[in-house]
Structures are given as structure tokens and as C-alpha cells.
Design a protein around this ligand. Structure first.
Ligand SMILES: Cc1cc2nc3c(=O)[nH]c(=O)nc-3n(C[C@H](O)[C@H](O)[C@H](O)COP(=O)(O)OP(=O)(O)OC[C@H]3O[C@@H](n4cnc5c(N)ncnc54)[C@H](O)[C@@H]3O)c2cc1C
Length: 448
């Protein structure tokens, strides 16, 4: 039984590009997407009735071309459907939130295009209400067409902060200040390398122009060292490159320290064998190289699936390699000026695992004994990465701090904390019960 030739998980640039290529080659394709609109992290479309947020011109043009091709392909997208895993019989398990049940789909190929997650470094007070990720604020703006209200501080590291600031301007509430750990303006030499990527330079200049014209302060080589709750709003304490402290009283804070592939709980890539579909990853969940590379990588994955399922193939590797070099240049340009390990400087009471309220001090105590705990023991005995996010936000930081605390010991990997078995996110028991009831009820008695 095959329900569809290729099931694609994620309606971002990678998933949509892969879908269009496969449809053109004559395969049946279906996309599942956990949210209510398509577009992924960068091109997320507004929900019904909300106005769209305009992107930089180049990004807008890329999205139009992809969206038009996708609309013409007529490929169905099932929204509010979340990839759970692939069972022993090779069936894809999907939590359908609208129907409130788990569905099973038989596919010959599966492309996982689930994007990236944001990295956020812990700081004292980062768990307070009103502190979120800058990318989270961005998704909210794109879906609702509204800027977050009140005075907003954006802080952390990387070009996304500038993009979010420019989008807030377009929606009528510019951020109060941007705090950036790197100093891309001071790294002029590294920036010259970007000239080889005119599309990135044009996009970056358009955001920088907006930030400059609206006189949004961009404090570089600086970082938020702690956040405190005030009677009204939040106070961010910022240390600049000369070690001086500055205080910002705001209503909200958006933190962001880069992105990393969202590979939590994904099954490994697999060539076709008797029991499994061909499983491939595409876009930022394979390698976080940005939206343009995600489109190329979606096409590459489609080519590989075609090669394996139908004996046809395509190549997009050269473009991906070019954009990989571009990301290296950006990483050098935005490298934090202060090279000291920010995790080792955190006071013991700083929360590391927000779901389970576990602190830096808790981790130090666990690691202080003669028998160094493994990542798995830190999870099971210390409850790090044990809460509802299952380590999506804390596993990297916890593993990095464990490595820094025991430099002579083999470093734990974040997967020791997140685990490698699916489902790696909590699922409602009712969804399994509904699926079971459906399977055990004769078809003519089922009401769907
Ligand atoms: C928060 C955030 C903000 C970003 N903002 C910008 C920006 O302003 N400018 C820029 O150039 N780049 C930005 N990036 C990077 C850029 O979005 C990516 O490079 C690009 O979108 C990658 O495309 P993708 O298709 O690989 O993944 P994505 O665009 O992330 O798409 C993945 C899709 O998969 C869906 N998904 C995830 N897990 C599941 C699941 N289990 N089941 C079903 N669906 C699932 C998601 O909802 C999403 O729609 C951002 C990245 C992040 C994480």
C-alpha cells in the first residue's frame, strides 16, 4: 500500500522547492506542516486577515518565484500536522492536531525539511516572562502582521537581529536598541569576502539602511549579562567592549545567538531497504546555510529521491558549496568580540534548563563527584533536558558547559541529553487512542 510517492515534512523553502521538482517529474507528493501557513521561518505567510510583512527585495523576489511554482503545482499541504516518527513497518506517523489523532502514511520516499532552531545563550533572568527569542518575535510578526508592543530590546549575536529590527520598523514599532556580541563593522577585512555574494550584500544593506534611517542604536561588541524584573517591565544590564555597564528598561527582550539544524528526534537518512522508505533531509535541518541554500538543497534532495526511486538525477551541490562559503564569511564577520566562554561566567543561580528549572549550580554539583556523569545520567538524574522541550533549547548549552567543566574528559554530545528515539516531543495520549479506535473499528462504522 502506498498513499503517496513522496511525503515532505515542512513547508519552508526546502520542502516547497523539493515538492515542485518532484511533482514536475510526475511523482505524487504531499506536504505536512505543523503550522497554519506555508513559507517556513523566513517566508512564513500571514494567517487569514493579517497583513504580510515585506522582506528585502531579493528575498521577496525569491519567495514570489517559489510560491508561484508551488501554487501552480497543486500539491496538497496538510496543516497542523506534525511529524512524529517512522514506525517499524516503515509507515510515517503524523499527529493531526485538527483531527486530534495520529495518522499513518505509507510513502516510497520521505524528505525531512524541518528547518533550524534558534540558539540562545542562558543569562541570569532569561526565563522571565517578556523574554523570548528574536526569531519567535519574528514568526509572530509574520503570522499576525503586527509588531510586538512596547519598548523592545533585541540582543545576542548574528545578522538575524538586524532583519528583525528592520521588520519591526516596517510594522511601526522599531526596537529601542540592538545589542550585538560581534563587531561586523570593525571586521572590515572579513566583510570584503562578502562581495562574492552580491545577493546577501544587497539584502543586508537594505536592512542596515532601515535601521540607520530610523536611528536605532546598534551597540556592538556588547552583551546582556543579566535581566531583572522591574515593577513595570524588564531591566537588561549590558556590558560593552570596554567592560562598562549600561542599563536598559524595556517591556520585552528578544534574544538570539544563531541557529542550528533542527535534527531533534529525526530518523537517520536511509537508502531504500525492504522495510523503510528512502529518507532524506533537506535545507536547514541538514545544514543551516540560509534560505537560498535551502531552496537549492530542496532541489538536491528531490534529485536524489528521483535518482533512487526512478533512476533520474539532478545536481545542486555547487550552489550549496558556494553558499556554505558565504555562511563562513558571515560567521567570521559576526564572531563575538569577547572570546571568553560565556557559559563559564554564569552565576550558579542562572537557569540552564527552563522547562525543569535546573541551574548552572545544579549541573556543577552533578559534575563535581569523582565519577563524571554521562549526558544521559545528567538527563535522568539531574532532569536537564527532561521537560517538554526535550532539550531543544538546553541540550547544546548543557553539553557545552559539561565539556568546559571537565576539559580532560570526553565531551558529551547534545544527543546524549535529547535522546535519539522518537517520539522526542510530548504527544497527547488521546491522539493515539483515536488512531487505535479508528484501526479497530470496522470501516462502515467509522464517522470521519
Ligand atoms: C526563527 C528563525 C528566523 C529566521 N529568520 C530569517 C530571516 O529573517 N532572514 C533569513 O534570511 N533567514 C532567516 N532564518 C533562516 C531561514 O529561515 C532558513 O535558512 C530557511 O527558512 C530554511 O528553510 P528550510 O525550508 O530548511 O526550513 P524552514 O524555513 O525553517 O521550514 C521548516 C518548516 O518545517 C515545519 N516543521 C518543523 N518541524 C516540523 C514537524 N515536526 N512536523 C511538521 N512540520 C514541521 C516548520 O513549521 C517550518 O514551516 C531564520 C531561521 C529561524 C530558525
Amino acid at each position: 500500500m502506498t498513499d503517496v510517492d513522496v511525503l515532505i515534512v515542512g513547508a519552508g523553502p526546502a520542502g516547497l522547492a523539493a515538492a515542485v521538482e518532484l511533482r514536475r517529474a510526475g511523482l505524487s507528493v504531499e506536504i505536512i506542516e505543523q503550522r497554519e501557513t506555508i513559507g517556513g521561518a523566513i517566508y512564513r505567510q500571514p494567517i487569514a486577515g493579517a497583513r504580510p510583512v515585506r522582506q528585502a527585495t531579493g528575498a521577496e523576489r525569491r519567495w514570489r518565484a517559489l510560491a508561484d511554482d508551488f501554487a501552480a503545482s497543486g500539491i496538497p499541504v496538510r496543516h497542523a500536522c506534525i511529524f512524529v516518527g517512522i514506525d517499524g513497518a516503515g509507515l510515517v506517523l503524523i499527529e493531526d492536531r485538527h483531527a486530534g489523532k495520529i495518522r499513518k502514511v505509507a510513502a516510497r520516499g520521505v524528505i525531512l525539511a524541518v528547518g533550524a532552531v534558534e540558539k540562545v545563550l542562558p543569562r541570569p533572568g532569561w526565563q522571565l516572562a517578556g523574554v523570548s527569542t528574536a526569531g519567535g518575535l519574528q514568526v509572530m510578526m509574520k503570522e499576525t502582521g503586527r509588531a510586538p508592543g512596547g519598548r523592545v530590546l533585541l540582543a545576542g549575536n548574528g545578522p538575524l537581529l538586524i532583519a528583525v529590527a528592520a521588520q519591526m520598523v516596517k510594522l511601526g514599532n522599531p526596537p529601542a536598541t540592538i545589542i550585538e556580541a560581534g563587531d561586523p563593522v570593525g571586521r572590515f577585512a572579513a566583510g570584503i569576502g562578502l562581495c562574492a555574494y552580491p545577493e546577501l550584500v544587497t539584502e543586508a544593506l537594505s536592512y542596515l539602511r532601515t535601521v540607520h534611517l530610523h536611528r536605532i542604536p546598534w551597540m556592538r561588541a556588547a552583551s546582556v549579562t543579566r535581566i531583572e524584573r522591574r515593577q513595570k517591565g524588564l531591566r537588561a544590564v549590558v556590558r560593552d567592549g570596554r567592560g562598562r555597564e549600561h542599563v536598559f528598561d524595556v517591556d520585552r527582550i528578544g534574544l538570539h545567538d544563531g541557529i542550528r539544524p533542527n535534527e531533534f528526534g529525526l530518523p537517520p537518512e536511509a537508502a531504500k531497504d525492504a522495510s523503510l522508505p528512502v529518507i532524506l533531509r533537506a535545507g536547514d535541518c541538514r545544514e543551516a546555510l540560509g534560505a537560498k541554500a535551502a531552496i537549492s538543497d530542496g532541489r538536491r534532495a528531490a534529485g536524489e529521491i528521483l535518482e533512487r526511486l526512478a533512476g533520474k538525477g539532478r545536481q545542486a551541490e555547487r550552489e550549496i558549496e558556494r553558499l556554505r562559503r558565504a555562511q563562513d564569511v558571515l560567521a567570521r564577520l559576526f564572531r563575538p568580540v569577547d572570546r571568553a566562554d560565556p557559559l563559564m561566567r554564569l552565576p550558579d543561580e542562572t537557569i540552564l534548563c527552563r522547562c525543569e528549572n535546573r541551574t548552572v549550580g545544579d549541573l556543577k554539583r552533578l559534575c563535581a563527584g569523582p565519577d563524571t556523569p554521562s549526558g544521559r545520567e545528567v538527563k535522568h538524574n539531574g532532569r536537564f533536558a527532561m521537560g517538554s522541550c526535550q532539550g531543544r533549547f538546553c541540550a547544546d548549552n548543557t553539553a557545552a558547559l559539561m565539556a568546559a567543566l571537565g576539559p580532560d574528559r570526553p565531551p558529551p554530545s547534545p544527543e546524549d541529553l535529547t535522546g535519539r528515539r522518537w517520539p522526542t516531543r510530548p504527544l497527547p495520549i488521546g491522539a493515539f487512542v483515536a488512531a487505535h479506535a479508528e484501526e479497530t473499528t470496522p470501516r462502515d462504522e467509522q464517522q470521519d
